[in-house]
Design a protein around this ligand. Structure first.
Ligand SMILES: NC(=O)c1ccc[n+]([C@@H]2O[C@H](COP(=O)([O-])OP(=O)(O)OC[C@H]3O[C@@H](n4cnc5c(N)ncnc54)[C@H](OP(=O)(O)O)[C@@H]3O)[C@@H](O)[C@H]2O)c1
Length: 355
């Protein structure tokens, strides 16, 4: 039995909690850290939309630190190295969707702090998800097993965020709805952080496949909305940012060898001059041989499902990639456990939901 704590009960965290309660008998939820005062004291089962389990959530980080647990599922909106260090030093492993994807290219001071905490607590930390995660950290390596040589790897992510209910991330963190000249890789602490984690993925692919990159560049083009759009509780005004095309390019001798590009919109207006891959993720390996694969997650390809369910499927995928890794993270030696060093993570519940 693994005793786990959910740190952050938003869209992704909730998918983890329901998966544990519904499908994973060998994981026991023994605590949850929440930020909203109105969630404090509420039973974790109730928060997840399930029967009460007799464990209340808490806003008190120290109360969580004092618990004995095997692993913390760390899914807050804004991730903090010092929080994770405290968890690791207290002897808890950490599995997160937020950061720590490619420690080799983290800021050295942060990496050293995390390693010292792992050492102190004999614990390990793993960052993954869908992207960053499986699609940038597992799939390119898996496909490269069929490559003789590689010239270039490109991962494109096309998504319209209008259907993404985490509007705090869309508008507060990602700055959609702000003036277009307010968007840059260094404009805010969050945009810089977000840019750094995608740059880290470019480094990850390059480092894992011997690209010997000199640098990873980050650029963004912000595009203004032509008209107003109501996005859940938020009004996106015409003239403010409704499109962000980010590009992170891993360069060697001035040539891009690895690129991650995001084609993100809110409100459904799609700039005509942007490339138009299918919605979802398109991974292209140019080389011998050249390969392309397209990834899309939906609630179902066979039964009717609401848009809300379809959108949630990406949160399920993000959550499960990390939740399915818990035993491997707990078994890993102290320090960083990455998508390159852990064994291939596979579904643990598998076909067990079949009637
Ligand atoms: N790797 C990937 O592929 C991937 C994909 C999607 C998301 N993510 C990451 O996963 C994390 C969770 O995403 P999400 O979609 O679940 O977000 P979300 O629905 O917006 O949930 C946000 C969570 O943050 C908490 N929160 C509220 N105020 C906060 C604050 N001041 N500081 C820190 N946390 C605060 C909320 O607390 P309560 O528990 O009180 O509600 C909630 O648990 C984010 O870091 C996101 O970037 C990664």
């Amino acid at each position: 039995m693994y005793r786990v704590i959910q740190w952050g009960t938003g869209a992704v965290g909730t998918e983890m909690m329901t998966a544990i309660l519904d499908h994973l008998d060998d994981l026991q939820l023994i605590g949850a850290k929440v930020y909203s005062e109105d969630k404090g004291g509420i039973d974790i089962g109730t928060l997840a939309g399930r029967a009460p389990i007799g464990v209340p959530a808490t806003t008190d980080a120290d109360a969580i630190l004092a618990l004995e647990a095997d692993c913390v599922l760390y899914t807050p909106r804004t991730a903090r190295v010092d929080e994770v260090c405290a968890l690791l030093a207290s002897g808890k492993n950490v599995a997160t969707t937020a950061f720590m994807f490619h420690p080799q290219r983290m800021q050295a001071a942060d990496r050293d702090r995390v390693l010292a905490a792992c050492e102190a607590g004999a614990s390990s930390v793993h960052g993954s998800g869908i992207n960053p995660g499986n699609l940038s950290g597992v799939l390119p390596l898996a496909l490269s097993g069929m490559s003789r040589t590689i010239d270039k790897i490109t991962l494109q992510e096309r998504a319209d965020w209008s259907v993404y209910e985490s509007t705090g991330i869309t508008f507060d963190n990602m700055a959609f709805g702000q003036p277009v000249d307010a968007i840059s890789p260094t404009a805010t602490e969050f945009l810089a952080f977000n840019s750094s984690i995608f740059a880290e993925q470019v480094w990850f692919i390059g480092d894992s496949l011997g690209a010997q990159l000199d640098e990873v560049t980050a650029t963004v083009e912000a595009v203004a909305a032509q008209e107003d759009h109501q996005i859940f509780d938020h009004l996106l005004r015409a003239g403010t940012t409704a499109g962000q095309r980010w590009n992170w390019a891993g360069m060697r001798d001035g040539v891009p060898l690895v690129e991650i590009e995001t084609l993100w919109t809110v409100g459904g207006e799609y700039p005509r001059h942007w490339p138009s891959p299918q919605h979802g993720w398109t991974l292209t390996i140019e080389g011998d041989p050249s390969m392309r694969t397209h990834f899309l997650s939906l609630a179902s390809f066979s039964r009717a499902a609401s848009m809300e369910e379809h959108v949630r499927s990406a949160n399920v995928a993000t959550a499960m990639q990390v939740l399915n890794a818990v035993p491997a993270v707990c078994a890993a030696p102290p320090g960083f456990a990455t998508t390159a060093t852990l064994p291939l993570i596979r579904s643990r519940a598998g076909f067990s939901a079949q009637p």
